[in-house]
Design a protein around this ligand. Structure first.
Ligand SMILES: Cc1cc2nc3c(=O)[nH]c(=O)nc-3n(C[C@H](O)[C@H](O)[C@H](O)COP(=O)(O)OP(=O)(O)OC[C@H]3O[C@@H](n4cnc5c(N)ncnc54)[C@H](O)[C@@H]3O)c2cc1C
Length: 419
């Protein structure tokens, strides 16, 4: 029996959290912590803050909920800021611990963070727990994952894979070790522009899922998913998934229960299908790793240059193309954008404004309340034609998209006239 530090990363939940559960089962004393990035490191190389208020607010709500849940079970959550390696050194000065348990995040910066910690002599155990499918169940090694999504999906379906069973919340959380570190003082998030669309946290996630299924919204998902306005046209699971307030496995278990009660249909299948895309972008990281983060991605062709003035026009919604401007304003004001608008504005930046796709991806990272490293990188590479997609890029015709998806101009008028 040892002292374990559980480092919460993008897994801010107690239910279906294998790493946390195993830490609880193995530790005599357990220290749950969360590490905020150092605000000095907060600027991207493109010159804007890496995290805008939308995701910071959602994150803080999620952490507050997590802390309440831990306190109710006799534990607590220590929130600190800085480079993880320095934070662990600080903790080690205060209390002896044997091992750090955490979620495995298979993206270059996050892997490098863990390497630095290991190189300092810390013992770290990582748990892969953010996908719907368990990589062990796949009929191929992750290094051999098909490069075409359809082939991947067909192999998954042929094998009859749907999701891996979630696991329950630990019954007992070991007590905290003795130590005295002050937690980070909470900053007020100001100014607050609009009321947030989403409220972070595990209980909020579960409440959102329940109302989504109770209102039988999966039945119409396939017909509505390309709409642009409202809470119900798509599931809006993404912010809670991004912070790990609920797991993809929990969602799909509820989806399968729903199918047993009401029957499977196009909508339920399509929801699963989209969650499979989410898995696919994750799994591609095991095969290609850093290569997905090269300027040219996986395809050796020249990239567009970066024009600061054009970029300013794009991000502030002042390109003169109404449909794009409406989308970019919605993104900045709410931290959310429908999948359709994400595709259209990304395509416009790359193919019409001839912009560097990496700056677009970084802007999404900064703005999206549901920013997810794998899905963001994967989708930007896909549209830019620099990932595994054999079609070599996905340019969208903006005028046609506006006609098809905003025929009466209501979406444009909503965001172009917003205060
Ligand atoms: C350029 C671009 C950048 C994107 N960046 C992100 C991101 O940072 N974080 C993120 O979660 N999604 C991202 N997406 C994918 C997708 O747009 C969002 O997941 C979706 O719009 C979230 O809304 P929802 O939860 O209502 O989705 P729904 O349509 O209800 O889908 C259900 C779930 O399936 C998954 N999903 C749906 N579409 C995709 C997709 N194309 N790729 C991967 N997973 C998908 C999501 O987890 C989503 O919550 C991006 C798409 C594009 C085109």
């Amino acid at each position: 029996m040892s002292t374990i530090v559980y480092w919460f990363r993008n897994d801010l939940r107690l239910e279906d959290n294998p790493g946390f559960r195993e830490a609880c089962a193995s530790a005599k004393h357990l220290l749950p912590i969360y590490i905020h990035p150092d605000s000095n490191d907060d600027l991207t190389s493109w010159g804007f803050p890496r995290f805008a208020n939308h995701s910071r607010e959602f994150l803080q709500q999620s952490l507050d909920e997590l802390r309440h849940q831990l306190i109710a079970r006799g534990s607590n959550l220590l929130e600190l800021s800085g480079e993880p390696s320095k934070v662990f050194q600080l903790i080690r000065d205060q209390t002896a611990f044997d091992v750090i348990y955490c979620e495995q995040i298979q993206a270059p910066e996050e892997l490098a963070e863990v390497d630095v910690i290991k190189n300092l002599g810390f013992n770290v155990r990582q748990f892969w727990q953010s996908s719907m499918l368990d990589p062990k169940d796949l009929p191929f090694d992750l290094q051999e994952i098909p490069d075409v999504f359809t082939k991947f999906r067909q192999e998954v379906e042929r094998r009859g894979l749907s999701y891996a069973e979630p696991i329950s919340t630990p019954a007992h959380i070991p007590p905290l070790p003795l130590m005295s570190i002050a937690t980070k003082p909470k900053e007020a998030l100001f100014p607050k522009q609009v009321e947030p669309l989403f409220s972070g946290g595990e209980l909020s996630a579960l409440a959102h899922l329940d109302q989504y299924f109770e209102r039988r919204l999966p039945d119409t998902y396939k017909q509505t998913r390309n709409q642009l306005t409202g809470m119900d046209y798509s599931s809006k699971f993404s912010p809670w998934l991004a912070f790990g307030c609920c797991s993809a496995r929990t969602i799909v278990q509820k989806l399968k229960n729903y199918e047993s009660t009401y029957g499977a249909n196009d909508g339920t299948y399509w929801l699963w299908f989209e969650l499979l895309w989410r898995d696919y972008f994750r799994f591609l990281h095991f095969k290609y790793g850093d290569k997905l983060y090269r300027p040219h991605g996986l395809i050796d062709k020249e990239i567009n240059s970066f024009d600061k003035k054009k970029f300013q026009q794009w991000i502030s919604g002042c390109t003169g193309e109404n449909f794009i401007d409406a989308g970019m304003r919605e993104l900045q004001q709410t931290g959310f954008l429908s999948n359709r608008m994400r595709q259209v504005v990304a395509s416009y930046w790359i193919y019409d404004m001839k912009g560097d796709w990496r700056a677009g991806a970084a802007w999404f990272e900064s703005q999206l309340v549901d920013y997810d490293v794998y899905s963001n990188q994967g989708n930007w590479l896909y549209i830019a034609g620099r990932g595994t997609d054999p079609r070599g890029g996905r340019p969208f015709n903006v005028k046609k998209q506006a006609r098809d998806h905003d025929p009466d101009g209501a979406y444009r008028s909503k965001w172009l006239n917003a205060p």
